[in-house]
Ligand binder design. Structure first.
Ligand SMILES: Cc1cc2nc3c(=O)[nH]c(=O)nc-3n(C[C@H](O)[C@H](O)[C@H](O)COP(=O)(O)O)c2cc1C
Ligand code: SF4
Ligand code: SF4
Length: 445
């Protein structure tokens, strides 16, 4: 059985699955549930001294939308958008003290960790909250520089406003790191910011790790009522954000070299695997638990273990960063990695009734002959792989080729990036020169 243990900032974790800071960690009982269901950690809903951010949580609104932007009723599918407004913990941070001690002990008994989270009104506030967290025996604290909501609250400063400013992020992080001995994790914003630059700044300031990332700010419309959902701008996340989050995990892993907690876009264990293979050490699971309940958690943990067993990964280290390590450093490397050309499987191809691929090849490399058969013109095929993806009958594959087989001007991008002037914009896709005949018509005749 795969070993899921790992070390994150010097703290041992029994598995990489941690509950993100959000409503599911806004009460002692919910956090206890998370530990009972096997979470290796739970990050408390951000503790604060900003009254307005507590009031905001008591006025939270949530809308779960599908891919069309309609409200999902009932079972929530993988492809959901979580559109919401919510603040920090609804309980003043000092009132949490006895509970932090109690839940921290409860977590330790289950070989897990209660992790702190802070969001304050000024530098002294950041220090006070983080010291309180440390004094209560919590092994780690996350600084919430990613929350989209303070920027939408008149008179409030914090969250993504800090995460968008390298100098402020540096100084708050430095002040906290000087004040506490526990590892400090900085939660980044992807919203209108340069998360890699912020990660570099907070690493220099003493942060032990970063969380990539918190959520975005968005606007959504109910077209039937012609009104904005939730009344106006709000935060948004969901599984659709995963590739965007992974891009930052990848860049930070490659360029900054700091431990990473992956967040924003996890639904099930497959997403966890993607984050780890990109370079996340642990993952933070959030909104899916709000829509599925805490009982969803064991599916993720067991799914991860099963995946590792089935794919022969003996431990987390053997999956860690392997996709990022295999990634090209830039597009010229990527070109060299994919010298392929299209090949049509005549046995399974459904021509002449289908010619989807001919319509989709934007490089004039596919045509239909009078009998409806699909021909590949390798001199024009650039191996873009689009036809392979759009073929409804899985009848196109890519086969290796050499540079010599490529159309002039495409593969040799350094010398001849542009098409010859006389062929510019002169598409021949629907021209008899390239589509040798109207095949379905010819076949019918
Ligand atoms: C309703 C809601 C409340 C949240 N509250 C907090 C918070 O108090 N502190 C924080 O650091 N992140 C907060 N987040 C962000 C989550 O911790 C998490 O980073 C984000 O939802 C992305 O992960 P997910 O795709 O698993 O939901 C909140 C997210 C949601 C949806
Ligand atoms: S899309 Fe697929 S099935 Fe349709 S014509 Fe092309 S190769 Fe054949
Ligand atoms: S791989 Fe791209 S260029 Fe080649 S035939 Fe398919 S769609 Fe056309």
């Amino acid at each position: 059985m795969a070993d899921m243990k790992l070390d994150f900032c010097g703290v041992p974790f029994k598995n990489p699955v941690v509950i993100a800071s959000l409503e599911t960690t806004n009460s002692p009982d919910l956090m206890k549930q998370a530990f009972d269901y096997g979470a290796a950690g739970a990050i408390i809903k951000t503790l604060t001294d900003i009254d307005d951010m507590a009031v905001l949580t008591m006025n939270s609104k949530y809308a779960i939308m599908n891919d069309r932007g309609d409200i999902i009723k009932g079972k929530v599918p993988r492809d959901f958008k979580f559109y919401s407004r919510s603040g920090y913990s609804s309980t003043y941070y000092k009132d949490w003290i006895p509970y932090l001690k109690e839940i921290g002990a409860y977590a330790r008994e289950r070989d897990a960790h209660l992790i702190g989270s802070a969001g304050a009104k000024d530098v002294q506030g950041w220090i006070d909250i983080c010291r309180t967290i440390e004094d209560c025996g919590l092994p780690m604290v996350e600084l919430n520089f990613g929350c989209p909501h303070p920027a939408l609250m008149p008179g409030v400063h914090g969250g993504s406003m800090i995460g968008q400013d390298p100098e402020v992020a540096f100084s708050v992080t430095q002040a906290v790191c000087e004040a506490v001995d526990i590892p400090v994790v900085v939660k980044l914003t992807p919203d209108q910011s340069k998360p890699v630059d912020i990660a570099k700044a907070v690493k220099e300031a003493g942060a032990a790790a970063v969380t990539a990332t918190n959520r975005y700010t968005a606007f959504a419309v109910d077209i039937d009522t012609a009104k904005p959902r939730l009344g106006g701008t709000a935060g948004i996340g969901g599984t659709w954000t995963k590739p965007l989050s992974l891009r930052y995990v990848h860049n930070i892993y490659k360029e900054v070299g700091i431990p990473i907690a992956g967040s924003n876009g996890i639904f099930d264990h497959r997403d966890v695997v993607e984050f780890i293979m990109t370079g996340a050490n642990i993952v933070e699971v959030g909104s899916v638990l709000m829509v599925k309940g805490m009982k969803w958690l064991p599916n993720i943990i067991r799914g991860l273990e099963r995946f590792m067993d089935e794919h022969g990964y003996k431990d987390i280290a053997s999956m860690y960063g392997i996709a990022s390590d295999a990634a090209a450093t830039d597009y010229s490397d990527q070109f060299a990695m994919s010298r392929v050309t299209a090949e049509v499987n005549g046995e399974t191809c459904q021509n002449p009734t289908c010619n989807v691929c001919v319509q989709m090849c934007f490089y004039e490399a596919l045509s239909q002959d009078p009998a409806g058969k699909i021909n590949v013109h390798n001199d024009k095929c650039i191996g873009c792989e689009l036809c392979m993806d759009v073929c409804p009958f899985d009848s196109i594959q890519m086969v290796p080729t050499s540079e010599a087989d490529y159309a002039d001007g495409y593969f040799k991008i350094k010398d001849e990036i542009y098409e010859p002037a006389d062929s510019k914009f002169a598409t021949k896709r629907n021209n008899m020169d390239t589509i040798e005949a109207d095949a379905p018509k010819a076949a019918a005749e």
